[in-house]
Design a binder for this molecule. Structure first.
Ligand code: PEP
Ligand code: MN
Length: 377
């Protein structure tokens, strides 16, 4: 299907790259929404966001203020002269948002995964002229993302933006939702002209990575950013760790550099960045395994102590060298590298085991307050 999408320049005359959408993860009170809006509006922001109905991973978390907050957001937007956006996940949300005069709808990552839900929203807005932001699905599936965009486009909506908010993964990761920069680029290849927005808040899960991710997105030629901003982040009722203060947002926006890369640069840059992200993941895994290995070494230390065994056992060490070099060389690692690596791992393991050799137990001599025994004298 040929999807017809208008570039933002076609529907937002105020658009100037980067297009900035900011506001709290959740609307929490009338005052919080208004104060945030006023503070944010001092900076070059183009749209105000707030979640009203929150899709939370677990029950009993704060699930948003619901309908009443639509009016708070609309009033705040009027006050600071900014269009307002909320997340919708079903027909009822759409109807209530439209009735309250909400200007822009967004489809969350947990909704984009479900063709039933996306179709329900598409039917509810059929023939209307409302802009829709479509977040990537939680899983890295470009077809599913494209399909969601097609469903909305087929119901007559042409003002669509795609939001990259990262993809969830089971492994421990630096990111809350791992970015996969090639997927949005592939989406733009398939739907030329679709505006891309990056949501560094949900990708990182923590504020420290937001500047780097924001600059990365601009270097990859994204049209804009969606950044969660709260007047009092530590007390936010959802996503407290990833929200900037309005002043923090102002500083970030002032620090961003706008470049105009060519299409080739963008594609090459995204490949490099994806490979670097893979390296980060692997390093994290190596550290997790090292920590697990040293934990086992400490247990062995205690076992040897209890059973009066020596820590260093040459036959065991020879066997480690033999098996590890064989396995490692089969996996294209050099013999020198494997030997260096197992030597430092082994050294640390021995050290961790000796830590278990508390002099008090070792000597069967009572230690004094400083830990000295008769042997230390
Ligand atoms: C949000 O923007 O607050 C949100 C719930 O995002 P996502 O759908 O990306 O998780
Ligand atoms: Mn959030």
């Amino acid at each position: 299907m040929k999807t017809k999408i208008h570039h933002i320049t076609g529907w937002n005359s105020a658009y100037k790259r980067p297009f900035i959408i900011a506001g709290p993860c959740s609307a929490e009170s009338e005052e919080q929404v208004m104060t945030t809006a006023r503070a944010i509006a001092q900076y070059p922001v183009n749209m105000l966001r707030a979640g009203i109905w929150k899709p939370r991973t677990r029950p009993d978390s704060f699930e948003g203020m619901g309908e009443i907050a639509l009016g708070w957001l609309k009033n705040a937007g009027k006050e600071v002269n900014l269009p307002v956006a909320v997340e919708v996940a079903n027909t009822r949300h759409v109807e209530l948002a439209l009735k309250a005069g909400i200007d822009v709808l967004w489809i969350g990552a947990r909704t984009t995964v479900s063709p039933f839900m996306v179709q329900e929203i598409a039917n509810a807005i059929a023939g209307m002229d409302i802009p829709v932001l479509i977040k990537n699905p939680v899983n890295p599936d470009v077809d599913l993302w494209e399909g969601a965009i097609e469903r909305i486009a087929k119901s007559g909506i042409s003002k669509i933006m795609a939001v990259h908010r990262g993809f969830s993964s089971y492994e421990n990761s630096t990111y809350r939702n791992k970015p996969n920069w090639e997927i949005p680029i592939e989406l733009r290849r398939r739907i030329p002209g679709i505006p891309l927005i990056c949501d560094p808040s949900h990708i990182s899960g923590k504020t420290v990575l937001i500047p780097y991710l924001s600059q990365m997105a601009l270097d990859l030629n994204y049209e804009g950013l969606m950044i969660e901003t709260h007047i009092d982040p530590p007390h936010a009722r959802s996503d407290a760790k990833q929200q900037l203060t309005p002043a923090g947002l102002g500083k970030l926006l002032a620090a961003l550099v706008l470049r105009n890369p060519s299409v080739d640069d963008v594609f090459e840059l995204s490949k490099l960045e994806d490979m670097r992200d893979q390296i980060d993941e692997v390093d994290q895994t190596i550290l997790d395994y090292m920590s697990e290995r040293m934990g086992i070494a400490r247990m062995i230390g205690q076992y040897k102590l209890k059973n009066h065994m020596t820590i260093y056992q040459p036959e065991r060490w020879n066997e480690i060298i033999r098996t590890r070099t064989k396995n490692g060389m089969e996996k294209k690692l050099t013999r020198e590298f494997i030997l260096k690596l197992i030597n430092i791992i082994h050294e640390e393991s021995i050290y961790q085991q000796t830590l278990q050799m508390n002099p008090e137990q070792f000597n069967s001599q009572p230690a004094d307050k400083e830990g000295n025994t008769a042997f230390d004298a």
